[in-house]
Write a protein that binds this ligand. Structure first.
Ligand code: ZN
Length: 134
């Protein structure tokens, strides 16, 4: 998965760090005395952990909300498309049934003419050359 998601080496590097939880957040940098504060750079209200930075922060939440609504909209579009295709299929089936009805009546008439025992219909695809005479 990590090497299939993107070919961009910067993003791969970021993904590797994110998966292995080695992103230098302020919590870590403050512990190493490389940052003046362990608070979030965006909101300055909470300790900047990976969970806060990528999920909990009030500046990150709108991105997730937009993604959620986008995906819900996409799902709705898929539902509408499936419903449309189902209606098209039903219409096609109804048209086919209406076209088949006259031929069914003819078959029924032929069956009646032969005293109720209609001769077996030969399948035109079945030909005698399939079994050659030796
Ligand atoms: Zn924050």
């Amino acid at each position: 998965m990590p090497y299939k998601a993107t070919i961009e080496s910067t993003l791969r590097n970021f993904q590797y760090k994110y998966i292995h939880r080695i992103i230098a957040t302020n919590k870590y940098l403050f512990k190493c005395k490389l940052s003046n504060s362990n608070l979030c750079d965006f909101c300055s209200e909470n300790i900047e952990t990976i969970e806060h930075l990528f999920w909990e922060c009030k500046h990150t939440q709108p991105i997730w909300n937009q993604l959620t609504s986008f995906l819900e909209q996409q799902q709705l579009n898929v539902k509408q498309q499936l419903l449309y295709q189902k209606q098209q299929l039903l219409q096609q089936q109804q048209q086919q049934q209406q076209q088949q009805q006259p031929s069914q009546q003819a078959a029924l008439m032929a069956q009646l003419r032969h005293g109720g025992n209609a001769p077996p219909q030969m399948n035109s695809d079945y030909n005698q050359n399939q079994y050659p005479n030796y």
